[in-house]
Design a protein around this ligand. Structure first.
Ligand SMILES: NC(=O)c1ccc[n+]([C@@H]2O[C@H](COP(=O)([O-])OP(=O)(O)OC[C@H]3O[C@@H](n4cnc5c(N)ncnc54)[C@H](OP(=O)(O)O)[C@@H]3O)[C@@H](O)[C@H]2O)c1
Length: 273
């Protein structure tokens, strides 16, 4: 029997527990979880049948596989608290962005096996990508556990840690980017003064869902959808021309901003600043 621990039961931690238990991938009685206040872990326990543990150390003590689902700034403190308590056999799965293997090893001990996973909120709908990077010494059975869990709630893309940040922009951050773009298009429509915000958002939301289905249906490329709608000489083509002129600079800036922020966070948390 494999025992699972979850430290952090906020948005992502609770989503993973709900999905893993809901899909029958882990029996609720094999999971214990903790959170800072204890409130979210208790609520999750009531909902799913897992055990809400009184402390992080209680979670870690019984876990063969330990998920770290706290914000990046909390990881050092949480792992420091567990040093000396974790048995060498514990597999540690961190979903925290910006915390490299090097820091995990420094904070919890080098003897452990670490996996970094960057899930996406799209896993709530059993879709989207989970990025996975394997730390030193990961075993075939570790791979089997991680791939089984995360492929059941989306698709795993295995990659080197070095690619994580850019890929995360396209997987874990992109639901927010896409929604922000749609919100701006909604606002532009509302600024014309001829449509109510709720209706504009409804029209776009349904269109976004339909577009995602089109893309999914035959693995169509973005260019294919654009070509089908923005026909030569038509109205849509004019709108696409504006986007093509303006958006490259915008997205260069988006990727630059997130890269800088991640680097600063990683350096600050590693104690270099
Ligand atoms: N959101 C995303 O789309 C996404 C995607 C990929 C990866 N991630 C990563 O997932 C991690 C969690 O993000 P989130 O969005 O789930 O954050 P969140 O909703 O703020 O949840 C954080 C959780 O950590 C708990 N916590 C904080 N300090 C703790 C401590 N010292 N001991 C035990 N538990 C503690 C909080 O407890 P309380 O419930 O008591 O406050 C809360 O349950 C982050 O590292 C983030 O980088 C997020």
């Amino acid at each position: 029997m494999t025992r699972y621990g979850f430290i952090g039961t906020g948005s992502m931690g609770s989503m993973l527990v709900r999905k893993f238990t809901g899909k029958g991938l882990i029996v609720p009685s094999d999971i214990s979880a903790s959170s800072k206040s204890g409130i979210s872990s208790q609520k999750l326990a009531q909902k799913t049948g897992i055990t809400a543990a009184p402390s992080n150390t209680a979670v870690a003590a019984g876990a063969d596989v330990l998920f770290i689902c706290v914000k990046p700034a909390e990881v050092k403190g949480v792992l420091g608290e567990l040093q000396g308590l974790l048995v060498q056999e514990t597999l540690i799965i961190s979903i925290a962005g910006s915390i490299p293997f090097e820091s995990l090893g420094k904070w919890a001990g080098l003897d452990h096996r670490y996996v970094r996973v960057i899930p996406s909120v799209a896993a709530e709908q059993e879709s989207g990508i989970s990025l996975v990077a394997w730390g030193r010494g990961c075993r075939p059975e570790d791979r089997a556990i991680v791939l089984k869990l995360f492929n059941a709630i989306g698709t795993v893309v295995e990659t080197d840690e070095g690619d994580f940040d850019l890929y995360a922009d396209l997987t874990s951050c992109a639901p927010a980017y896409i929604s922000a773009m749609m919100r701006e298009l909604t606002s532009a429509a509302v600024r014309t003064g001829t449509i109510k915000p709720a209706l504009a958002e409804y029209l776009l939301r349904q269109t976004l869902i339909g577009t995602a289905r089109l893309l999914d249906d035959d693995n169509a490329r973005f260019d294919t959808v654009i070509a089908r709608v923005a026909t030569k000489g038509g109205n849509t083509e004019e709108g696409v021309k504006v986007l093509e002129a303006r958006l490259p600079a915008v997205f260069d800036e988006v990727l630059c901003a997130t890269r800088k922020k991640r680097q600063a966070t990683a350096e600050r948390l590693a104690g270099k600043r």
